[in-house]
Design a protein around this ligand. Structure first.
Ligand code: AKG
Length: 292
């Protein structure tokens, strides 16, 4: 279980290399379930949920498209597709740590996804803060990044900028001021000089701190923490399962990311608490994590 020292480290740094949460046979079972999903998608894909089609190849690209590397390969909401991923949301140690890090008695899933960087078909994923890409009002959100392969700087492990989640240059007030100033500049036809936040995208991954993990280990990062992953330049796979938990009581804010692919799943209106069966509560206290 998470310790007070780990909670304090996360509060200070905005990330936490947590350690082992899965046994090797559990990692294998998750990889097999991922392979099932990939097979379905490469055979044309499952369109039963709107988000299933995003972020990966479906075997229907032109030859030219198939040759163009993607930065990331992504399969959104694995929990709806393979029961083992649904059970993983409630893993007592993972969901328990998310509650502790968010200081929330209960946590709700925003979404999960597999993110992989297959050899020869990936690139550098630039520094960003997740929160501003989401239609959510409060940044009380934490991501658990679980390595399904050993992850190192060479094959694209997570890199973080410690403390960036509480740097006022990158916080909510600065972001609002930036949007306002940009809109004013555009209205006057003036050139917009990029903010320090925007310039972070040009930094190499090595600007931050690498978080190397063994398969079955995980790390957490705060939704305002700057993070990036360099290209996988090895012949090894780099698969991660990523679970994003929200503190209980966060609200929808559509104008922050009006084109987000999960908005069609909202059963609540703008400004209301983000609840509903698409965003399930984790049940760490009830669930015994098991692979079958
Ligand atoms: O796994 C990756 O390469 C990127 C993941 C990421 O940016 C995230 O988990 O927020």
């Amino acid at each position: 279980m998470i310790t007070q020292d780990q909670i304090d480290y996360f509060a200070e740094n905005g990330y936490l290399s947590y350690g082992k949460v899965l046994e090797q046979e559990e990692v294998e079972a998750l990889r097999t379930a991922l392979d099932n999903v990939i097979a379905v998608e490469m055979a044309g894909g499952d369109d039963s949920e709107i988000e299933f089609k995003f972020g990966h190849r479906r075997g229907d690209e032109s030859e030219e498209e198939a040759k163009r590397p993607r930065i990331l390969t992504q399969y959104v909401n694995m929990w709806k597709r393979e029961p083992i991923y649904e059970r993983l949301l409630h893993h007592p140690e993972i969901a328990g740590a998310a509650c502790a890090l968010l200081e929330s008695p209960r946590v709700r899933l925003w979404h999960d996804h597999i993110i992989s960087k297959p050899p020869h078909d990936n690139g550098h994923f630039r520094y960003h803060q997740d929160f501003y890409n989401w239609p959510i009002l409060e940044p009380r959100i934490v991501t658990c990044w679980i390595a399904l392969d050993d992850a190192t700087p060479e094959n694209g492990c997570m890199h973080v900028v410690p403390g960036s989640h509480r740097d006022p240059r990158f916080g909510l007030e600065s972001y609002a001021a930036e949007l306002e100033a940009r809109a004013a500049a555009e209205a006057q036809g003036l050139e917009w000089e990029e903010s320090e936040r925007e310039k972070m995208a040009y930094e190499p991954a090595s600007t931050g701190r690498p978080v190397a993990l063994k398969a079955g280990e995980c790390m957490f990062h705060h939704s305002l923490n700057f993070h990036a992953t360099p290209a996988n330049v090895t012949e090894r796979q780099r698969r991660a399962h990523v679970i994003i938990y929200m503190a209980e009581g966060v609200h929808a804010r559509l104008d922050q990311a009006p084109n987000h692919p999960l908005i069609p799943n909202f059963r609540v209106k703008d400004g209301e608490e983000l609840v509903g069966s698409d965003f399930p509560l984790a049940r760490p206290e009830e669930e015994r994590w098991r692979i079958d």
